[in-house]
Ligand binder design. Structure first.
Ligand code: HEC
Ligand code: HEC
Ligand code: HEC
Ligand code: HEC
Ligand code: HEC
Ligand code: HEC
Ligand code: HEC
Ligand code: HEC
Ligand code: HEC
Length: 452
């Protein structure tokens, strides 16, 4: 890449900028020697992406902004207005960071310097952005926490490949981020903010006209919205995936069939681990079936239902195994184990609820119910091994928690019986006492009357 060093000789330094000019001039040679020796200079003036020498901070000398902000043509003025609140407003980036030109020339001569790029084409944009964002040495000096490598990932993606080939239907960096008003993803106003991602991606992927020539479906966003993930996102669950949760932001390619499990497994680790223990892991790979997606789908993932396992016509297993003897037998066996454990768990919930309705104070019942729920959850995960023997442990755990809950209710009922017995006994004693008192007062009364 050509170094876009500004020629201080040609620049017309504004008032008081003589020292700026001198240091910029000095930095040209400093930077040249720094890059020759491969070490980075401590002089901020030398931090240029890929050998580019950027001027030091120069509020008074960013003539691009100063002049463009005064132009009457809206198209020429707007960039200057938007830029000053964007993430690139730092003067060491400036307009020249993307367009080049000489930011110290207060005349339209600023446009004349070598490399001036007034209209980066759609295909040129990734190179423009990447010239800084792929340069770890440069980025480190301006924001050391910002990851680099977006352009490298993007170039590998289908979006990147199509853009490089001149297809303007595919997004270049600026189609997702904007150009003069770029903000960090954490800003709610950024189109790439988590809250806006499905609208951003769905804007193109739901557009039938744009997608027609690729033969792609256009229902990803509408399906996602109704899925468990979209619903959880709407409820504010910070872990629910939007489009980028599964596709990534810059390598937006569909996961290969054999790596779908890794994409889902980023969040559903346990299910993936159990899946890997079962026969499907190898079997699916052999046949190019998409791991988790074969049963749960990708965009319209629904709550896992108890109807999924079994040999009823709706059961997921029957999509592939309607005639396979061993899988059918195992599907029935697993369905039976699940049904049994869930039935007992449901009963336990019901009798705890009944006991509470009757006003019994069941100490520790909430804890026992939580334990039942945890054991059931574990059971659902282990289903992915497709191994009935492995389900026995979690089934036993459900039963243990159910027995615990039943014991707590029985104990509470027993306590109440003891309390009631105690109550009647004391009531009896009170009655006897009362009766004898009444008798005594009657006798006293009679005696008093007999005396008078
Ligand atoms: C003295 C005022 C002035 C300065 C300084 C100036 N510009 Fe301009 N710029 C203009 C005017 C006027 C136009 C439109 C006419 C033209 O293309 O010359 C323009 C055009 C442009 C365009 C092309 C817009 C289009 O639609 O053709 C870009 C991009 C641009 N300037 C960027 C810059 C950058 C970057 C700098 C600083 C390195 C800069 N300008 C400095 C006045 C200025
Ligand atoms: C982060 C990179 C970046 C920065 C920084 C940047 N621009 Fe641009 N600019 C672009 C891109 C990309 C385009 C779009 C080119 C196109 O679509 O023709 C553009 C287009 C323009 C245009 C043409 C008008 C238009 O909307 O198409 C003008 C004028 C312009 N820029 C001026 C400026 C000025 C002035 C600054 C500084 C205040 C600036 N730019 C900073 C990337 C940048
Ligand atoms: C001249 C170098 C340069 C160019 C060219 C450039 N950037 Fe940047 N960009 C930066 C620097 C430096 C930062 C960090 C600024 C900061 O944090 O203060 C940044 C920040 C960002 C951020 C915010 C990141 C965050 O998490 O805060 C985004 C998004 C971004 N740039 C996108 C782009 C896009 C898209 C383009 C091309 C249209 C582009 N950049 C061109 C240097 C550049
Ligand atoms: C298809 C849309 C899309 C395209 C194209 C795109 N980005 Fe992004 N970019 C995003 C999203 C979404 C995020 C937010 C990532 C997140 O929240 O995890 C992001 C985040 C970023 C960030 C912030 C740091 C980070 O990695 O999270 C930078 C910098 C960035 N992009 C630069 C670029 C550059 C440079 C290009 C072009 C080479 C580009 N982006 C192309 C959607 C896009
Ligand atoms: C500017 C429009 C546009 C935007 C924005 C956009 N895409 Fe795309 N995307 C396309 C086009 C066009 C293709 C290429 C279709 C093809 O060749 O099959 C594509 C391809 C894809 C593919 C690969 C499909 C395949 O056939 O293999 C995935 C996955 C994808 N995009 C996801 C996303 C995600 C996720 C986002 C948001 C972060 C996004 N896209 C934003 C236009 C867009
Ligand atoms: C839960 C993970 C997940 C989420 C969330 C997700 N996708 Fe996908 N997407 C996938 C998988 C997996 C595939 C590949 C399907 C396959 O191989 O069978 C895919 C395929 C695609 C394709 C290729 C065409 C197709 O429909 O098969 C596009 C385009 C796409 N997704 C866009 C999006 C967009 C846009 C969003 C957000 C609205 C999104 N995806 C959200 C997992 C996800
Ligand atoms: C052969 C079909 C099948 C495949 C393949 C499959 N699942 Fe499941 N999944 C099920 C069944 C059946 C259930 C339990 C339904 C029930 O509750 O009775 C389930 C339940 C789940 C649940 C909810 C239960 C829980 O543990 O929270 C998640 C999450 C899940 N699967 C994720 C995955 C992931 C991730 C993959 C890929 C690694 C995957 N599944 C592969 C059939 C499948
Ligand atoms: C970024 C994290 C993330 C990724 C990636 C992800 N999920 Fe999820 N998934 C979640 C969260 C969070 C929930 C819980 C939603 C809720 O609160 O109900 C969930 C719920 C589910 C459920 C429903 C569980 C139930 O209790 O019924 C299934 C099934 C599921 N995901 C399957 C998948 C599949 C298949 C993939 C890959 C194509 C995938 N997930 C990718 C985070 C993720
Ligand atoms: C998308 C198709 C598909 C679905 C849905 C599916 N399977 Fe499979 N299953 C396969 C494939 C492929 C194999 C591997 C067969 C082979 O290698 O010969 C397999 C193998 C098995 C095996 C091992 C058989 C053996 O001979 O050792 C069992 C058990 C099994 N599946 C049970 C189930 C159950 C239970 C369900 C429902 C929860 C289910 N499968 C859903 C495709 C599927």
């Amino acid at each position: 890449m050509a170094a876009v060093a500004m020629s201080p000789a040609r620049a017309v330094p504004p008032e008081g900028a003589a020292s700026t000019s001198a240091s910029a001039s000095a930095s040209v040679s400093a930077s040249a020697s720094a890059s020759a020796s491969g070490s980075s200079s401590e002089n901020p003036a030398d931090w240029g992406p890929q050998g580019r020498v950027l001027p030091p901070s120069m509020d008074a000398t960013n003539s691009c902004v100063t002049c463009h902000a005064t132009l009457t043509d809206q198209k020429l003025r707007a960039p200057a207005k938007e830029f000053v609140t964007s993430v690139h407003r730092d003067d060491r980036i400036g307009c020249a960071g993307c367009h080049h030109g000489d930011p110290r020339d207060p005349t339209v001569g600023a446009h004349k310097s070598e490399g001036f790029l007034p209209h980066p084409t759609h295909a040129e944009v990734p190179g423009v952005c990447g010239s800084c964002h792929s340069d770890a040495g440069f980025m480190r000096h301006l924001n050391s926490r910002l990851p680099v490598g977006q352009a490298a990932l993007y170039n590998l993606s289908l979006h990147g490949k199509l853009t490089a080939a001149g297809d303007e239907n595919a997004p270049a960096c600026a189609d997702c981020h904007g150009k003069h008003d770029i903000l960090g993803p954490s800003s709610p106003k950024s189109p790439v903010n988590r809250a806006n991602v499905s609208t951003l991606c769905g804007g193109c992927h739901g557009d039938g006209k744009r997608m027609a020539k690729y033969g792609l479906r256009t229902d990803q966003a509408s399906k996602w919205e109704k899925s468990v993930h979209g619903q959880a996102f709407k409820r504010g669950n910070p872990n629910a995936p939007t489009c980028t949760g599964c596709h990534g932001a810059h390598a937006a390619t569909p996961p290969e069939a054999s790596s779908v499990g890794r994409a889902c497994g980023r969040c559903h680790e346990e299910e993936l681990a159990y899946f890997d223990m079962g026969p499907h892991s190898k079997g699916f790979r052999k046949r190019g079936l998409a791991e988790c997606v074969a049963c749960h789908s990708n965009h319209d993932v629904q709550p896992a239902s108890s109807l999924m396992v079994g040999t009823t016509p709706d059961a997921t297993c029957m999509k592939c195994h309607s005639k396979d003897e061993k899988p059918r037998k195992i599907a029935d066996e697993i369905a039976g184990l699940l049904r049994g454990a869930r039935g007992r768990a449901a009963e336990a919930r019901a009798f705890v609820a009944r006991a509470r309705e009757e006003g019994l104070h069941v100490a520790g019942a909430s804890f026992a119910l939580d334990q039942i729920a945890t054991a059931e959850l574990k059971l659902r995960g282990v289903v992915h091994t497709l191994d009935p023997a492995r389900l026995e442990g979690p089934v036993a755990a459900v039963d243990k928690a159910v027995a615990e809950a039943r014991k707590l209710v029985d104990d509470a009922a027993q306590t109440r019986r003891v309390e009631r017995r105690g109550y009647y006994v004391s009531l009896g004693i009170a009655c006897v006492l009362f009766a004898s008192l009444a008798l005594k007062s009657l006798q006293l009364d009679r005696r008093r009357r007999g005396r008078s």
